[in-house]
Design a protein around this ligand. Structure first.
Ligand SMILES: Cc1ncc(COP(=O)(O)O)c(C=O)c1O
Length: 403
């Protein structure tokens, strides 16, 4: 018998086409570059991801600690969410937006809104169905449709239109075939807020063309000019054709906790719930309990969080203006959408990579959010003021300015 050890056979499994046809997740590429820079000993200042840096407010952590000790929460939570959390969601929507919801049928807790957005697409999009998706957009708005085998029809968001979609420019045959329209205001990545009439126009468009309107209000609480961004559900007629997604990740610095919710049309909520019962068991009961405390935080606590971003925004805008960049202070979100001057002669990817290699400062190339994001980079305001000052002085020293 031969004593030579046989080499183990290498077996490879090809992933499903739905995965291989997706473009590389831009943040994954950025992660590789960051890991490489770290290996080389770089002191990175990461303004790339929208990952809030501050701790979750103490009352929420306390509620979670107490809930963790409650053994009745250790099992599977109710599939459709805890009734007390659903009531807290309904109360919060009424207090914030004057929108009255039936907690049972018009609210659904989620393991973060990204999960819900991806699953909503899966629940409604079949092969070759069309979703109307802004370009640029938060990636899951497009990828949810692509993963479901659908076609994302881009609606460009342009600076000269205040990053508002021109619904009238959507070809009639596309509108007739579309199943979903996705909107997100305040917007990631452009930081634009919705114009006074956009949501009304979107409701009228969707009613006319029988399209499901999906509004992502992830940044609803992060506004700086005293004007609360509107909820889609406050628009008359919206509930018949629309759902809205909310997250606790941003407002309450709870990104790691994975808690969000969907509200709106009860049939759509039921359909999303039906899909999810096949995939997950809902959110850990203790996290939902802590979520009740979060939604009940007094307004001054939220204002403190807003103020933190407001100060960071002012610091960044002043420094970037000083370097010659044409940038206006955003009225909401945790982002700056920075137009790159042509004089630099770089694509957004080249700019982000050069900035990273010269300074250790990470920003996201606009093209990561869609083709129409080319010519911009997104800066997340997720470091304290000392680190932001440091980022700005390294940036200035790199010479990557608008001279
Ligand atoms: C517009 C938008 N929607 C949803 C999410 C996802 O939030 P969550 O943490 O609830 O999944 C993000 C995260 O960056 C976002 O920017």
């Amino acid at each position: 018998m031969s004593r030579i050890a046989r080499q183990p056979e290498i077996i490879t499994f090809s992933p499903a086409a739905r995965l291989t046809r997706l473009p590389v997740y831009a943040f994954a590429r950025l992660d590789e570059l960051k890991a490489l820079a770290r290996l080389e000993g770089a002191d990175l200042i990461d303004l790339g991801l929208g990952n809030p840096d501050a701790p979750t407010p103490a009352p929420i952590v306390k509620a979670m600690t107490e809930a963790l000790a409650d053994v009745s929460l250790h099992g599977y939570p109710p599939f459709s969410g805890r009734p007390d959390f659903k009531q807290a969601i309904a109360a919060w929507m009424e207090e914030r937006y004057g929108v009255r919801l039936d907690p049972e049928s018009e609210t659904l807790p989620l393991n973060g809104s990204k999960e819900g957005l991806a699953h909503l697409a899966m629940a409604y999009i079949d092969n070759d169905d069309i979703a109307l998706v802004p370009d640029p957009c938060y990636p899951v708005h497009r990828r949810g449709t692509l993963l479901s085998g659908g076609i994302a029809h881009d609606i460009p968001l342009c600076a000269d239109n205040g990053f508002q979609p021109d619904l009238g420019a959507i070809p009639t045959d596309i509108a007739a075939r579309a199943k979903l329209l996705i909107l997100n205001y305040p917007n990631n990545p452009t930081a634009a807020v919705a114009s006074a009439t956009l949501l009304e126009e979107a409701v009228a468009f969707c009613r006319r063309h029988r399209v499901l309107l999906v509004h992502d209000l992830a940044y609803g609480e992060l506004f700086f000019d005293g004007k609360r961004p509107p909820s889609l559900l406050a628009v008359p007629g919206a509930r018949e054709i629309g759902v809205e997604f909310h997250t606790l990740s941003k407002t309450f610095n709870m990104a790691g906790w994975r808690l969000g919710f969907a509200v709106g049309n009860s049939t759509v909520i039921k359909t999303l719930y039906a899909l999810k019962t096949n995939i997950d068991y809902g959110t850990f009961g203790a996290v939902q309990k802590a979520g009740i405390t979060a939604l009940g935080l007094p307004e001054p606590e939220i204002e403190k969080i807003r103020n933190t971003y407001r100060l960071r925004r002012d610091l960044l805008v002043a420094s970037l203006k000083d370097m010659g960049f044409p940038v206006e202070p955003p009225q909401a979100t945790m982002y700056l959408w920075l137009p790159l001057p042509r004089s630099l002669g770089m694509s957004s990817t080249q700019f982000a990579e050069t900035l990273l290699s010269k300074t250790g400062v990470v920003v996201t190339p606009g093209v990561a959010f869609g083709a129409a994001g080319e010519g911009f980079v997104r800066i997340s305001m997720v470091c304290d003021e000392t680190r932001l000052q440091e980022a700005m002085s390294r940036w200035r020293a790199s010479g990557l300015m608008n001279l």
